[in-house]
Write a protein that binds this ligand. Structure first.
Ligand code: MN
Length: 407
């Protein structure tokens, strides 16, 4: 990963590259009701690598033999992305992860432990001192055995800031190459994440990249991730389509488009290949059998579909009037117009024109009114063929256009 190389070579900490850490195959696959075979995971991993993801979290190997096999398959196959696995701070697990990743081109161990009072007491049943000791011991043990050792604090946003700063500082001293802050229950606001990143950067004196892992329980995962980048986070966790535990994680495609659209504001670069995002999302939706909402940003059925007369009229003159990004930039095939209750005559004229047909102005107005009436009870006309059929069956005499002129 370029950023780490920059650090290791003593380069500037002000480098503006942000590494993308994708956890579709770990946090995403961990979501209730989602499970995929090792072969399917490999298909998704290849698509992630193809889209320029820097770090691919392949799974949590101690979960099951199938999970172990998934990670091995991915580790053996990928050659560009760094492959990482989630691991508890336990020596035997670290050894297992090392063995699983032995044939990977680039390896990363992702060690994690919870640091919030509620998690330490009710889940780990450990004192803060014990959490600290276990962490340091594990990082020391893992250091040098992987290309990168990442330490993540689970529930960082509900942790005591002094304790969190202390454990991050000690983690880096023990050999962590990246530290990461998880908003595990998705409670943070963008300004919280920005402050937290600033605090932890200062605690580790910018000696290693600080990353974030944001959940979407308040629909703020992408916003929190963007705020973290503004505050200097050099690695961000995402998932394709935003899947993950509960309301999911920050979505790769939304983050990518936000960074593209606001390039000047963020002044950061990533290795994401935007043109691969459409097919990557399709692959994940298909392979993980996800249900995508109608209005899901960028990938929902309506994300690039237009019906309203005023919108379609504007769009036909300049597609940027009602879209922040051309879907083709994301490798998503064309925008779509449909004809319904809110349609105007510009859209009807456009649809007729696509089939080489036209109508006199008063006829066009009449047809438009009929389409609107019809769609209220029968639903919209989805394409130009449906419009032509509708027009003919209602007795309209369509004139044929040649080179834009009526023949
Ligand atoms: Mn998570």
């Amino acid at each position: 990963m370029d950023i780490l190389r920059t650090y290791r070579q003593g380069g500037s900490v002000f480098t503006r590259k942000v590494a993308i850490f994708d956890t579709t195959l770990r946090d995403g696959e961990q979501a209730p009701g989602i499970q995929v075979s090792p072969e399917t995971k490999l298909i998704i991993a290849r698509a992630l690598e193809d889209a320029g993801i820097d770090v691919i979290e392949a799974g949590f190997p101690v979960n099951s033999p199938s999970e172990k096999r998934s990670v091995e398959l991915i580790a053996n196959e990928l050659s560009i992305s760094e492959v990482t696995v989630l691991c508890r701070p336990i020596k035997e697990e670290i050894d297992l992860c090392r063995d699983i990743l032995r044939r990977a081109e680039r390896t990363r161990l992702h060690l994690w432990i919870a640091t919030s009072p509620i998690h330490m007491k009710y889940k780990l049943n450990m004192s803060p001192a014990k959490v600290m000791n276990k962490t340091i011991e594990a990082i020391r043990y893992a250091s040098g055995k992987f290309d990168t050792v990442q330490f993540s604090s689970e529930d960082a946003t509900r942790s005591d800031l002094d304790f969190l700063s202390g454990i991050m500082r000690e983690a880096v001293r023990a050999g962590a190459d990246v530290v990461n802050l998880a908003d595990t229950v998705g409670c943070a606001l963008p300004e919280h994440m920005a402050l937290l990143v600033t605090e932890i950067r200062s605690a580790v004196k910018d000696r290693v990249p600080v990353g974030v892992h944001c959940h979407n329980d308040l629909n703020l995962a992408t916003a929190n991730t963007l705020a973290s980048i503004r505050a200097g986070a050099k690695q961000v966790d995402v998932t394709v389509t935003g899947i993950g535990e509960r309301a999911g994680n920050a979505s790769l495609e939304q983050l990518a488009v936000a960074l593209l659209f606001h390039k000047k504001h963020f002044e950061v670069e990533t290795n994401i290949r935007p043109d691969k995002l459409g097919s990557l999302c399709d692959t994940v939706v298909r392979e993980m059998k996800l249900k995508v909402g109608l209005t899901q940003p960028l990938i929902g059925e309506n994300a690039f579909k237009h019906e309203s007369g005023i919108h379609v009229h504007g769009m036909l003159n300049n597609p940027m009037t009602y879209e922040l990004v051309d879907p083709q930039v994301l490798g998503i095939l064309g925008k779509r117009y449909i004809l319904g209750k809110h349609t105007g005559k510009a859209a009807v004229k456009h649809f007729l024109g696509k089939k080489g047909c036209t109508l006199a102005e008063h006829e066009l107005e009449k047809l438009t009114e009929m389409v609107k009436e019809y769609s209220i009870d029968n639903g919209p006309l989805e394409d130009e063929d449906a419009l032509i059929d509708f027009a003919r069956s209602n007795g309209f005499k369509l004139e044929v256009l040649t080179n834009g002129k009526v023949q």
